[in-house]
Design a binder for this molecule. Structure first.
Ligand code: CTP
Length: 424
């Protein structure tokens, strides 16, 4: 069991459920919190009970569910006050636009808002709503107010919504919410003082003003690494290519959509950072002569000459030891995973490489989960099962921080030592 997972053992957690179609995901959330060892109580707004029954939650928690702001618990105490005082953390998931407004305004007219308002516990809020509601200035203002209260508001995710539209507004995955709650109780701040630069997403190599060569990278792994590092106290620079996920708040974001732009940003950033995580899927080739004008249809076809792009991480690997950051690469391999990944580790001068198998029945690209193996110069370092990308990110940071500090011990931690020995 990880240190984070142990962090929930015996914790009293109240899950507040409001009236969104995503309320069914709160069942999974409650089950996962319970299996992580937490003692979970559930409070529901009246609208939430129209989507999922209190009985379903009671069956999972083996505890009464609070649905009424005036309700009494089995000892005839006012249930919402009892829970507000007992809770170590309150997780509101899903939180509707209406509930965010209530919480921001201090309005109390259901069991969930009553518990949050009456409690001193740490609060995590996972909103779910239509994209238009989420982006409305009133909602965004309420979110800012709630963050100002010290509440952790998890960004909703991009995807298909109950309205049938695609956009931002989906409830964060239960595993993401659990990881956020675990971190509240875990080793927050263990990456404090470290400056990390992370690349994420794919690159687009222009053919003409409207066409490009690209890849399917979603940016999820790099963004998960950035969020985890940020939450653990690192100063994070995210160099984002094309991504299908929202970049996290609280990081310095640079956009770099072509391999050339990404190279420039990475080369510029590397000397000022302690660790470089190259999670981006950089195109290996770009059209030799992108056309300034839109290429017209031609019945005889189109010959496109491609030229190799610079190998960015290998270039950083060549930097002098005093400015070269600790280097972590990623490799997706369809064959000979270990041989190819360790070959890249050596050839590119990396400290660690995170490898995963592609081309089988499971497609990690764009998925929320993955199975990875980390290799160092001495071979495979991990044997992890399939995990949500956010949990992989947490484990990777445990490993990376450990290795980094072993190579660059405490006195210089987080600051590049001019005398740091070359790693290769
Ligand atoms: N990488 C990079 N610059 C490139 C290509 C890749 O910095 N032009 C980085 C990736 O971000 C990743 C690592 O190198 O961290 C391995 O990427 P991968 O595409 O597996 O390596 P390639 O050398 O391109 O090998 P392959 O021929 O298998 O694509």
């Amino acid at each position: 069991m990880t240190e984070d997972a142990r962090a929930l053992t015996g914790r009293r957690i109240v899950v507040g459920v409001s009236g969104s179609i995503a309320a069914y995901k709160a069942l999974i959330l409650v089950r996962e919190l319970t299996s992580a060892g937490a003692v979970v109580d559930v409070a529901m707004t009246p609208a939430a009970t129209a989507f999922v029954t209190p009985l379903s939650f009671a069956a999972l928690t083996h505890r009464p569910v609070v649905t009424d702001v005036l309700g009494l618990d089995p000892d005839s105490q006012i249930a919402h006050v009892e829970l507000a005082e007992a809770a170590d953390a309150i997780v509101v998931a899903p939180a509707t636009a209406n509930l965010l407004a209530e919480l921001a305004a201090g309005l109390v007219d259901d069991a969930v808002s009553a518990i949050v308002c009456a409690s001193r516990a740490r609060v995590v809020i996972a909103p779910a709503m239509d994209a238009g509601m989420w982006t409305h200035p009133a909602t965004q203002r309420n979110v800012e107010t709630l963050r100002g209260f010290g509440y952790l508001v998890l960004e909703p995710e991009v995807g298909s919504l109950a309205s049938g539209l695609t956009g931002i507004g989906r409830l964060a995955e239960p595993a993401t919410i659990v990881a956020a709650v675990e971190r509240l109780f875990a080793r927050s701040g263990d990456l404090e003082g470290l400056r990390v630069v992370i690349t994420a997403g794919g690159t687009r190599e222009p053919i003409d003003p409207v066409r490009f060569i690209g890849n399917r990278s979603s940016g999820k792994m790099g963004v998960a690494m950035a969020e985890a590092a940020r939450d653990r106290g690192a100063a994070v620079t995210l160099i984002g290519g094309t991504m299908s996920v929202t970049p996290p708040r609280g990081v310095t974001l640079t956009e770099a959509t072509t391999a050339a732009a990404m190279r420039e940003s990475v080369i510029r950033a590397a000397p000022a950072h302690d660790i470089l995580i190259m999670a981006a899927a950089v195109a290996d080739f770009a059209p030799a002569r992108p056309s300034g004008r839109k290429i017209k249809r031609d019945a005889s076809g189109l010959d496109l000459r491609l030229v190799p792009n610079p190998d960015i991480i290998a270039e950083v690997g060549e930097m002098p030891a005093d400015i070269r950051p600790f280097l972590v690469g990623f490799a997706a391999e369809s064959d000979d995973l270990e041989a190819n990944a360790t070959g890249k580790l050596r050839d590119k001068g990396l400290d660690l490489i995170v490898a995963n198998q592609v081309g089988g029945p499971f497609d990690a690209i764009g998925s929320d989960d993955n199975t990875v193996t980390v290799f160092g110069v001495e071979g495979a370092l991990t044997d992890w099962p399939m995990l949500p990308k956010r949990q992989i990110a947490e484990r990777l940071w445990d490993l990376i921080a450990d290795r980094y500090r072993r190579d660059d011990p405490a006195p210089t931690r987080g600051r590049k030592a001019a005398t740091r020995a070359p790693r290769r």
